[in-house]
Design a protein around this ligand. Structure first.
Ligand code: SF4
Ligand code: SF4
Length: 355
């Protein structure tokens, strides 16, 4: 990770987003510890952000603790969680702190109770433990407007990508009031990452040049004045993402031209699994997000070989990929920030496998 972070910073990608939950295995092995180690000696060059949630990661209040990323409901709990992040990151203050996984009014309102999340955060900000206040989640436009109008936050991080522009109205409202908007999942949870070849004839109709799906996705987001929050696994990904974003920007009109070329392919498919993993653990350890990605490749992008991949996963990859083992308990659906009908999607995936 250190090599990737240093390379990004040298190339001008400065914003690092962490949470207590990311890659959490133990107090010593987690994203915050690794980021803290990676920024030794370059702390002043990066914009460091952390977050925690008053909710459970989905649309309900409480639980899904994952080493205290979630269910932070009192000012005291907030303080402990912030201090834990500072300790793991080994810094004395953060540049940004965000209210996390705020996907509906219920979770948002819960932060405002007396002695609650917000009170703890405001006190920490006054004390200089972080400088800029942000909010993040999977909100509808009406909730985005509440965030803006409440005047508490300077920045927001929300889903925005070429397959889902349903939050554009909220984004434009936020930008008109001076809030900075960051796109989570700019390549739709990896759907347009890696070596995915966009074998969609409609694409050619856009007449806009781009080398691959990742470049298309990042440049699309950038055209709306939105910063792409890129998830990175390898140094090569970091280098190529920076290279794509260093090319001349598209205008909004060009971005919409590309979007419209996609329109008939994506219609009605705005809500897809973004691979966030908040739905886990499943009581019978099903790994359905990996299979939902293949389902989208098959149904949305018309990749015929994705069906064969699903069949291979189901047959050979072990019990976690045998979706017929689903107990229909519904726990996963209460945690999904995209509010996906997971049990129905499991049935649909099984239909593809068995067809
Ligand atoms: S509904 Fe199925 S997939 Fe979801 S948590 Fe329960 S057993 Fe796991
Ligand atoms: S099903 Fe929902 S919670 Fe699970 S990985 Fe996909 S988007 Fe995330």
């Amino acid at each position: 990770m250190t090599e990737i972070v240093h390379n990004c910073v040298e190339q001008g990608a400065l914003y690092l987003d962490t949470s207590p939950m990311y890659c959490f295995r133990s107090e010593e092995e987690n994203s915050e510890r690794w980021v803290g180690a990676a920024i030794k000696g370059i702390r002043e060059k990066v914009i460091l952000s952390a977050k925690c949630s008053p909710g459970n990661g989905g649309t309900e209040i409480g639980e899904f603790i994952m080493a205290n990323g979630f269910s932070i409901q009192t000012a005291d709990q907030f303080r402990k969680t912030l201090e834990q992040s500072l300790r793991r990151l080994d810094v004395d203050k953060l540049d940004c702190y965000q209210m996390w996984t705020v996907s509906n009014d219920l979770v948002y309102d819960s932060a405002f109770v007396k002695g609650g999340w917000l009170e703890g955060a405001m006190k920490a900000k006054e004390e200089g433990l972080f400088q800029h206040f942000g909010i993040t989640g999977h909100p509808e436009n009406a909730l985005i407007k509440r965030w803006v109008d409440d005047g508490i936050f300077e920045m927001m991080t929300i889903p925005f990508h070429i397959m889902n522009i349903s939050r554009l109205e909220g984004i434009e409202y936020a930008q008109s009031k001076g809030m900075h908007v960051i796109a989570m999942n700019p390549i739709n949870g990896g759907m347009f990452g890696g070596d995915v070849e966009l074998a969609i004839p409609a694409l050619a109709k856009s007449g806009i040049a781009f080398d691959n799906a990742t470049e298309m996705s990042l440049k699309f987001v950038e055209a709306f004045g939105v910063s792409a929050l890129c998830g990175l696994t390898t140094l090569e990904q970091a280098k190529s993402d920076i290279q794509y974003l260093s090319k001349p920007k598209w205008t909004r009109a060009q971005a919409m031209q590309v979007y419209e070329a996609f329109g008939n392919v994506f219609q009605g498919k705005e809500k897809t699994c973004t691979q966030c993993g908040y739905c886990k653990p499943c009581p019978v350890d099903l790994s359905f997000p990996d299979m939902f990605k293949m389902k989208d490749y098959y149904e949305v992008l018309n990749f015929e070989n994705a069906k064969g991949q699903l069949q291979t996963m189901s047959k050979w990859w072990g019990d976690g990929f045998k979706l017929e083992r689903c107990q229909k308990c519904g726990v996963c659906e209460t945690r999904c920030p995209n509010q996906l009908p997971i049990m129905k999607m499991i049935d649909e995936t099984l239909e593809i496998i068995n067809s």
